[in-house]
Design a binder for this molecule. Structure first.
Ligand code: NAG
Ligand code: NAG
Length: 354
């Protein structure tokens, strides 16, 4: 009798332990899942709980509820600066990006600064988007729409885009960003830049074709100029981008200019820090556009002034750095002072984010 009872107790205990373990696994998986959701949310502002899509969302590219004119209607000249927002969510356009655009506009009052949107921007959005509203007040900033299918027609990228590759590729947003960049330069020439720069002085005295090095070893194509006469460079870049689109670095975007420089330059790896010329194409040392190396990016958050960078035309903020996105206030930092000086309208509207 006592044996049976004992056995029942033992069995009960086993069931209890098994259930408890199950429960732990369940809690653990739930925890892991929420962690994944959290990380994805924190890193990717496009994330949506109802739409579990690990690819970038580009469903907006062909939408038409748009209050922007197409860039083609503006017919830009080669004395233009271009930015691109290839995402589908204009609401995440943040003050840090806007600061970059404002700084370019202030350093070039007599140049138009075009901000190209791949998504439609509706009249309601223009009315309520606090970041875009600040930018719209600057007279030389112009918002324009790019419909990537239309935009690539009659260019070397036409067949590639119309074949639907963007629908299938792993990182369509990075790929579209690259396509828009080189298509724009192919069509009109000008300066194209990322939203991670702060422009501190005018680029208008520079020659028409250049690309900087981001450090001693690498070409940084986050900012570059190609003239209409240098169209063959833009075309070569487009073709390279298309040819190697499967190897695109989704996080950092394309860097086809590195390959082009290698092809064009008789010195394949221009070591010199000063500007050197390759076939009429200038290669600038990192001190001109990337004066603070990526490893030293935290120096922007330190208090004080940035000194000793008089040769620089821009500062690069290294996109992984989440300054200016409201995560942490750094009042009085070098970054804060830099933005107050070079993008005062955005700084004043969103000071709490710098
Ligand atoms: C944008 O909206 C304004 C105001 O309704 C209108 O006058 C303008 O034509 C629209 N522009 C485009 C390109 O749709
Ligand atoms: C890409 O997908 C969208 C939506 O499914 C579709 O409307 C569009 O035609 C596709 N594009 C191409 C070029 O196949």
């Amino acid at each position: 009798m006592s044996k049976i009872i004992l056995r029942a107790v033992v069995v009960d205990r086993q069931v209890y332990v098994r259930n408890k373990r199950k429960c732990n696994y369940f809690t653990l998986s739930l925890f892991a899942l929420s962690y994944i959701v959290y990380v994805k949310y924190a890193l990717d502002p496009n994330f949506s709980l109802t739409k579990w899509n690990w690819n970038d969302d580009i469903s907006c590219y062909l939408d038409t509820n748009d209050n922007l004119s197409t860039i083609t209607a503006f017919n830009p000249t080669g004395r233009s600066i271009f930015f691109n927002d290839p995402t589908c969510n204009v609401r995440i356009f943040n003050p840090k990006d806007a600061c970059s655009i404002e700084s370019a506009a202030r350093a070039h009052w007599n140049w138009p600064v075009y901000v190209l949107f791949n998504s439609p921007v509706s009249k309601e959005e223009l009315k309520k988007n606090d970041v875009l509203k600040v930018l719209m007040k600057l007279p030389n900033i112009k918002f324009a729409r790019v419909n990537i299918e239309e935009f690539s027609m009659g260019t070397p990228a036409e067949g590639f885009v119309s074949s639907g590759v963007l629908n299938d590729t792993v990182c369509p947003i990075a790929l579209t960003g690259g396509l828009v960049k080189y298509l724009t330069l192919y069509k009109w020439g000008g300066i194209f830049m990322d939203k991670d720069f702060i422009v501190t002085k005018s680029l208008s005295s520079l020659p028409r074709n250049w690309v900087p090095k981001s450090d001693d070893q690498s070409i940084g194509s986050g900012i570059l100029a190609i003239s209409k006469e240098g169209r063959s460079i833009a075309e070569a870049a487009l073709r390279l981008l298309i040819k190697h689109h499967k190897n695109l670095d989704c996080a950092n975007g394309e860097n086809v200019m590195a390959k082009i420089v290698e092809q064009e330059c008789s010195t394949p790896n221009p070591i010199s820090n000063a500007a050197i010329s390759c076939n009429g194409f200038e290669i600038y040392g990192p001190q001109f556009f990337y004066p603070i190396e990526s490893q030293r990016v935290m120096e922007y958050s330190e208090p004080g002034e940035l000194q000793g960078y008089e040769t620089a035309y821009t500062y690069y903020l290294w996109s992984k750095m989440r300054i200016g996105t409201g995560i942490k206030k750094r009042i009085g930092s070098r970054y804060s002072k830099l933005t107050r000086k070079h993008c005062p309208a955005i700084y004043n509207a969103f000071a709490y984010k710098f």
